[in-house]
Design a protein around this ligand. Structure first.
Ligand code: CMC
Length: 443
């Protein structure tokens, strides 16, 4: 904690108030305005939270100007190169990378929970086969709280831990089931002699008629993608999980809320949108037309996989994926013209004034879809894979919040801009108006 303070002066009355400044170990300090309203009668207004730290957290650090991302102080490039996804999950949950003994125990704990209650199979069958797998995931993950009553007491640290382990263990099983359900193939049970990525790929791609073993290259590529997506401090879905959890909702319900938030195309849904966009562009000769659309304020089209609220430099996750793309496609023996198209699109956009002025760089979603496609996933599954990885971050952030002694229910305020108090007129005296739809069209 810093001893610095920040003084606010009201220009009209000359009154002034002093607030403490909280210093982080890295990154900007924050003015602690918890008492602002009580002391001054003013609220702060920050839609989109560009200048608001919603919590103090020791999990993930981003320096958006320098393009730095660290989990628990470990650089993302270092982790992607030298750690496994379950080691990263351990670090996010408990603070440090595990030693050998901790790693073995954690892997055993997670493995112990990979199966789902058999009744969940019936639950799946209630969905239409053509449902988007993210819609299915929102439902089934939320429904886990109806199956695991014995780990819902969030005041009990052991129950919190069991729920965290269950979520990390079961989310790949559920994700694979959502793929199998969409394809009309039988569900594949987990195999605990395989590592996390191998087991997940097998549950996705094996069929009863033919067993399947992921190659080392595929498993490593999958593991790397999971590491890169595991956490990203207080983004929309993580903030959703924290806000849901602040009311003491159970962790399965909170993670389901995170999945719902992640689904949006401005967030985790962008990876599917990037692939669709590349397919739509189709050829290098069409790039300029699409860039012009992206720059046109009257056109809602945005260059998917570009831009980020925090990164005003190259997203370090995109850098790792870009350099992995060639190696992975080579190892898998896949030649994808979309990779050349993506590279050319990036090159042209990064030389364009519009993108330079606004500091718009490729984000994690720009190259991930190409690798996921090479691994054999249909594009509807891309955001589901993001959710598999991010579950670790969500549950770590949820656990950190619940364990902080000063945590309170999240309850933002507002500046009210609606009608002031007015009487309810009898129906016959209420004014005649054009229908709502016409009024909306007229603006
Ligand atoms: N294409 C064209 N223009 C863009 C783009 C884009 N992808 N992104 C931002 N801009 C423009 C925007 O129109 C605005 O221009 P102006 O100042 O002239 O009005 C300026 O850049 C600032 O953009 P913003 O909308 O204020 O930025 P934001 O922080 O609110 O939005 C974003 C961030 C990621 C939602 C946005 O960049 C975007 O929609 N990108 C495309 C979707 C995408 O790739 N999302 C994945 C994000 S990374 C993975 C994740 O965390 O989920």
């Amino acid at each position: 904690m810093s001893t610095d303070t920040f003084t606010l002066t009201d220009n009209q009355t000359g009154a002034s108030w002093t607030f403490p400044v909280v210093a982080g170990t890295q990154g900007p300090d924050a003015i602690d305005i918890r008492t602002l309203y009580a002391e001054t009668g003013y609220l702060t207004l920050d839609p989109g939270f560009s200048s608001t730290a919603s919590c103090a957290s020791a999990i993930t650090f981003i320096d958006g100007d320098k393009g730095i991302l660290q989990y628990r102080g470990y650089d993302i490039r270092d982790l992607a190169e030298h750690a496994t996804f379950l080691e990263v999950a351990y670090a996010l949950l408990y603070g440090d990378l595990p030693n050998l003994e901790e790693k073995r125990k954690f892997e055993k704990d997670i493995t112990h929970h990979t199966m789902v209650h058999e009744q969940i199979h019936s639950f799946f069958r209630g969905f239409r086969r053509d449902a988007h797998p993210m819609a299915v995931m929102c439902g089934v993950v939320g429904a886990l709280s109806a199956f695991y009553h014995d780990s819902l007491d969030i005041r009990d640290s052991r129950q919190r831990e069991i729920s965290a382990h269950r979520l990390i263990a079961k989310i790949p099983t559920l994700a694979a089931m959502s793929l199998k359900y969409m394809l009309g193939q039988p569900f594949v049970y987990p195999r605990n002699d395989l590592n996390y990525a191998e087991n997940f790929l097998r549950m996705c791609f094996s069929v009863p008629a033919e067993d399947y073993r992921a190659s080392a290259a595929m498993a490593r590529a999958m593991d790397k993608i999971l590491i890169l997506h595991a956490d990203h401090e207080q983004n929309a879905s993580t903030s959703t999980v924290r806000l849901a959890g602040s009311s003491q909702a159970n962790p399965f319900a909170c993670i389901a809320s995170g999945i719902a938030s992640l689904w949006g195309p401005a967030h985790g849904g962008a990876n599917q949108a990037v692939l669709n966009m590349l397919q739509e562009i189709g050829h290098v000769k069409n790039i300029s037309t699409f860039l012009a659309k992206a720059k046109d304020k009257d056109d809602p089209f945005r260059l998917m996989g570009f831009g980020h609220r925090v990164y005003k430099n190259y997203d370090p996750r995109a850098a790792v994926l870009k350099s992995s793309c060639d190696a992975v496609l080579d190892e898998l023996g896949v030649a994808d013209p979309l990779l050349d198209l993506a590279r050319e699109l990036e090159r042209i956009a990064l030389e364009d004034e519009y993108f330079i002025d606004r500091k718009l760089f490729p984000n994690v979603d720009f190259y991930s879809g190409i690798i996921l496609k090479a691994l054999g996933f249909p594009s509807e599954m891309f955001t589901v894979l993001f959710a598999v990885a991010r579950t670790v971050g969500w549950i770590s952030q949820w656990k950190e919040m619940v364990e902080q002694p000063d945590h309170r229910i999240g309850r933002p305020r507002q500046v009210y801009i609606g009608q002031t108090c007015r009487p309810v007129l009898p129906l016959a005296e209420r004014p005649q108006r054009k229908p709502q739809a016409i009024r909306q069209q007229e603006g």
